[in-house]
Design a protein around this ligand. Structure first.
Ligand code: FES
Ligand code: FES
Length: 215
């Protein structure tokens, strides 16, 4: 490919400068995506990079504390936490359902508070502690008491919503460790189950709360 094909239309720099800038953009785009699959994709990524490099832009290479570990990650300016967790850090236990703050499938704990990861910009949680479903079990594999409650009660059907419900319950039990069934139902009412298995889910979560009190 000729050098000038890698420059934006209307660019007035010499062909040597054009090559230099384009090569730099290419390297940056690889950092952004991990893949350069086509010239058109390269153009798109370069434009996004140019926006992120504009005055007032935030640093892209940041440190997140996830499940007790500091993780360095390259994050786009308007990237949501669920995208970072799943597609940059490989923590796919956090699900994407609606991607618009309605279903709770993406629930994680941020400083012990359950939040929808699809509706939080990753850059805003740099100084917080994030816990995902992968961070609940002990290193030796012992399940969290709430997870054990689900095993005991077989609380889900397809289980797509399960990690979100677990994180919501774990968060709620931090403020109310001995809830009544209606209280717990209200406490995790921000989570939806497409299989509508609510009664069994609630039974499992109540069992989990019981395990947690004994732990
Ligand atoms: S995916 Fe986040 S609330 Fe539905
Ligand atoms: S068990 Fe299927 S979505 Fe909840």
């Amino acid at each position: 490919m000729a050098d000038h094909e890698l420059t934006e239309p209307g660019c007035s720099t010499s062909s040597t400068d054009s090559f230099h800038v384009s090569r730099r953009d290419m390297i940056k785009s690889v950092i952004a995506t991990g893949v350069v699959s086509s010239t058109s994709y390269l153009f798109r990524v370069s434009k996004v990079w140019a926006q992120a490099s504009a005055p007032g832009a935030v640093d892209r290479l940041i440190t997140l504390n996830v499940n007790g570990q500091d993780r360095r990650v390259d994050v786009m300016k308007q990237e949501t936490l669920v995208m970072t967790l799943r597609y940059k850090l490989g923590l796919t236990g956090t699900k994407i359902g609606c991607d618009q703050a309605e279903c709770g499938a993406c629930t994680v704990l941020i400083d012990d508070v359950p939040q929808y990861a699809c509706s939080v910009f990753t850059h805003t949680v740099r100084d917080k502690k994030i816990v995902t479903i992968e961070g609940l079990a002990k290193p030796d594999g012992t399940l969290h008491p709430v997870q054990q409650g689900i095993i005991d009660e077989q609380g889900f059907q397809c289980a797509f919503c399960m990690s979100g419900f677990i994180m919501a319950t774990v968060g709620y039990l931090k403020v109310n460790p001995n809830p009544t069934r209606p209280e717990l139902a209200h406490g995790i009412s921000g989570n939806l189950c497409r299989c509508q298995d609510y009664d069994k889910i609630l039974t499992a979560m109540m069992r989990g709360a019981e395990h947690l009190r004994k732990a």
